[in-house]
Design a protein around this ligand. Structure first.
Ligand SMILES: Nc1ncnc2c1ncn2[C@@H]1O[C@H](COP(=O)(O)OP(=O)(O)OP(=O)(O)O)[C@@H](O)[C@H]1O
Length: 279
């Protein structure tokens, strides 16, 4: 039986006369993380908002079978007049969960993500940026989402905190089997977290490369993540996407040690899922 998956098929999107996404085809199956990387302005946020239903599909198709879905934005977006616990419990309140029950769930998730009991009664303005990010992640995860859509949620964090939240996210995913679509500028973050890394080029935004880091994300050590990120950054399609100068022949890597595949337009066109090779 095929796993449930978010499917995006031949999606185009324009703002006015400007096409910002063209021919986007991808799949995010349950239990997997797909990272979208690409330069600023290539349409990543637009694509995520289309997947979240925050924008209407103009052309192409999105099949989104998951519920519930949670979205994490680049900014924590905590409500300033609510304490941390109430911010985390907001979605549970909207679901109609009783007060004592949602406070308990919010507290359990907050503590699991490294927030302190004292911070639960503090207001966002009293929290550090890192604590606000933890609260935003807790607010998303407490909903037990089947699909988590993340728009550069860790970009403002220092490397240590980012690593901690990466691990917490991966552990939660291993427990629940949620599907994750992650937007990031950071190749290292992409190869640390993702099963599939999709590289986008701008004007109009399109997917130009598909990279599969080896093994399960939870088991990837720092050395492997650094190697993979370096290899990804050396690939000519990735360099072109980010407008990096081509490498001199002497510096060019031995490509193909890891899996880098360019989406096959013909295959994608005849099949709703972009072809994804076995790792
Ligand atoms: N509401 C809008 N109206 C018109 N143009 C828009 C709108 N939102 C985004 N754009 C344009 O669409 C393009 C893609 O924007 P988008 O925010 O999706 O890119 P991005 O890859 O997420 O960028 P970044 O990494 O900087 O967040 C950009 O040229 C942007 O200026």
């Amino acid at each position: 039986m095929t796993a449930r998956q978010l499917l995006v098929h031949q999606l185009d999107h324009a703002y006015g006369a400007t096409t910002v996404l063209e021919g986007i085809t991808l799949a995010v199956p349950a239990g997997r993380t797909v990272a979208l990387v690409g330069p600023s302005g290539c349409g990543k946020t637009t694509l995520l908002h289309l997947c979240a239903g925050l924008l209407d599909v103009q052309h192409g198709r999105i099949a989104q079978p998951f519920a519930p879905t949670a979205v994490m934005f680049q900014q924590p977006r905590l409500l300033p007049w609510m304490n941390t616990r109430d911010n985390i419990a907001l979605g549970l309140k909207a679901r109609g969960m009783l007060r004592a029950q949602r406070h308990r769930a919010a507290q359990d998730m907050a503590l699991a993500l490294g927030l302190t009991e004292a911070s639960l009664l503090q207001f966002p303005a009293e929290l550090s940026g890192g604590m606000q990010s933890r609260a935003a992640l807790a607010r998303a995860l407490v909903l037990s989402p089947a699909l988590l859509l993340m728009d550069e949620p860790f970009s403002a964090l220092d490397v240590g905190l980012r690593y901690q939240l990466h691990q917490l996210l991966l552990e939660q995913q291993a427990r629940t089997g949620m599907a994750v679509l992650l937007i990031t500028h950071d190749l290292m973050e992409a190869v640390r977290l993702a099963d599939d890394v999709l590289v986008m080029r701008p004007a109009p935004g399109r997917i130009v490369a598909h990279y599969q880091p080896p093994g399960a994300a939870l088991g990837r050590g720092d050395t492997l993540v650094h190697q993979c990120a370096a290899e990804l950054q050396q690939h000519p399609d990735v360099r072109a996407a980010f407008d990096l100068p081509a490498l001199a022949a002497a510096d060019a890597p031995a490509l193909g040690r890891w899996r880098i595949t360019v989406p096959d337009e013909a295959q994608a066109g005849s099949h709703p899922v972009m072809q994804i090779g076995e790792p």
